[in-house]
Design a protein around this ligand. Structure first.
Ligand SMILES: Cc1cc2nc3c(=O)[nH]c(=O)nc-3n(C[C@H](O)[C@H](O)[C@H](O)COP(=O)(O)OP(=O)(O)OC[C@H]3O[C@@H](n4cnc5c(N)ncnc54)[C@H](O)[C@@H]3O)c2cc1C
Length: 427
């Protein structure tokens, strides 16, 4: 078969791998000038490693991506460390990346709240019954079972940070998936996610996959006897097409999809993200903390501060210290229209809270990355809203982070759904 894949992110490339191995002729169309999609990175000439545009790591439970890397023979290039994740309480930072660490967190006191917190954590790790959990909002479920105090201190800030105006509508299966799939050890690829993506693209090309960069697909149309027409500047026909973009972009590319399916795509809610990456002359968190969870009501201008070089050594970046400040935001939030310099002015005053000695002249260079599609928002009974991988148009398939539910989005699940879509296309 002649197959087109739209998008050279982790999902599209994983699908291409299986389809090409099965003997098909695969072309990937990618609108940007590099592969890697949302997990893509960049590098300065004096860095050995790439930095992801949006902070990325793997969990030990990420079986699909780690399995793919094993299939490719590169498992010796996966590195796992145990960096510190911390949470703010009364002006101090406390480690907070496991149930045990959370139990030591003073914000919950040492009475009933802590016991409830521990039991809820254990229950959610043990149960697989997410179908029941998705019937409740996390807001109502946590208030009832964890108690108002634990919910207000631990879980509500997390929900607000991730989902902004939708926080009270997100279902409890999202919270379950988050707790279920996490590990305290975090992983990356030697040289960064972009190094992996580039190596993978090289392997795919060697296998015979054609990867066309800067090739934006404008439309996909059914054409009777000729299968599906794909227009990326020039029009060509394919037996099968797999789209791996956001639901919105699929709706634009294939407006001939039946109204029900189209409306389903357009009704899905999601959050965008704005992330600033800085290279600093000095280490920001001298305690060596990697990930700071910041409650929105503490007045920080961003949700997470991530010091990447407290995870991957600064020597990989020519001695530069790499820091991310980022936030998940609803479309139309003012951060999407601020210039990079304006955003810098908003963000920098907060850095003194992580290190009182911080001064703006520590910043050697900074970059800002924005995406309107960063995080699907799963509402109550969300499993009913997941678009089918095989669309109603014969030969047209769709595999994106909007469909990895009940799991939260991630490169692991992009690989999983990409390979699942490939298997369906071959069936
Ligand atoms: C802030 C942030 C933090 C994250 N943190 C992590 C993390 O720690 N760990 C983790 O594993 N994952 C993380 N993720 C999620 C991860 O990046 C995604 O789940 C994954 O990369 C999605 O892969 P994909 O192939 O499904 O889609 P994408 O990566 O979105 O790939 C789709 C591709 O399609 C291309 N495209 C779009 N329109 C067209 C068109 N018309 N024609 C041709 N090409 C087109 C795009 O350029 C893109 O390359 C994070 C994401 C964000 C935003």
């Amino acid at each position: 078969m002649k197959i087109a894949i739209i998008g050279a992110g982790f999902g599209g490339m994983a699908a291409a791998f299986d389809l090409c191995k099965a003997g098909h002729q695969v072309t990937i169309f990618e609108s940007s000038d590099s592969v890697g999609g949302l997990a893509a990175g960049f590098k300065e000439p004096h860095w050995d490693s790439y930095v992801e545009k949006f902070y990325h790591h793997w969990f030990q439970s990420d079986r699909s991506i780690l399995g793919l890397i094993r299939d490719l023979g590169w498992e010796d290039q996966v590195i796992f460390h145990r960096p510190y994740t911390v949470l703010l309480y009364n002006g101090r930072w406390y480690p907070f990346d496991s149930i045990l660490k959370a139990l030591e967190f003073p914000g919950l006191g040492y009475g009933l709240d802590k016991i409830r917190f521990g039991f809820i954590g254990l229950y959610l790790r043990a149960t697989n019954n997410w179908k029941n959990l998705e019937k409740h909002t996390a807001d109502a479920w946590m208030r009832r079972w964890a108690g108002a105090n634990v919910y207000e201190k631990m879980w509500r800030p997390l929900l607000i940070g991730k989902f902004g105006p939708y926080y009270a509508d997100v279902n409890m299966a999202w919270m379950w998936a988050r707790l279920k799939a996490r590990s305290t050890r975090l992983g990356t690829f030697e040289g960064g996610f972009q190094r992996f993506a580039d190596k993978f693209a090289l392997r795919l090309r060697a296998m015979g996959v054609e990867i066309r960069l800067q090739a934006r697909v404008k439309f996909i149309k059914q054409s009777g006897d000729r299968g599906l027409l794909v227009d990326a500047g020039e029009i060509d026909s394919y037996d099968r097409v797999l789209v791996t973009t956001s639901p919105n972009l699929l709706a634009k590319m294939a407006p001939d999809l039946p109204v029900n399916y189209l409306q389903g795509l357009l009704d899905l809610k999601s959050m965008g993200a704005v992330v600033m990456v800085m290279s600093l002359k000095r280490q920001l968190s001298e305690q060596g903390y990697y990930w700071f969870n910041l409650p929105k009501d503490e007045g920080y201008p961003f949700l997470a501060l991530v010091e990447h070089t407290n995870f991957v050594a600064p020597e990989k970046f020519g001695g530069d210290h790499i820091v991310y400040a980022g936030d998940y935001l609803e479309q139309g939030h003012e951060y999407f229209s601020l210039s990079d310099e304006e955003l810098m002015q908003r963000f920098t005053p907060a850095f003194k809270k992580f290190n009182p000695a911080f001064s703006p002249d520590w910043v050697k260079k900074f970059w800002v990355f924005k995406t309107s599609y960063a995080q699907p928002v799963p509402l109550v009974d969300h499993s009913r809203n997941i678009p089918a991988i095989a669309t109603p148009i014969q030969g047209l398939y769709f595999a994106s982070m909007s469909q990895v539910y009940p799991w939260d989005r991630g490169t692991n699940f992009a690989v999983e759904i990409g390979r699942r879509a490939a298997a369906l296309m071959l069936a």
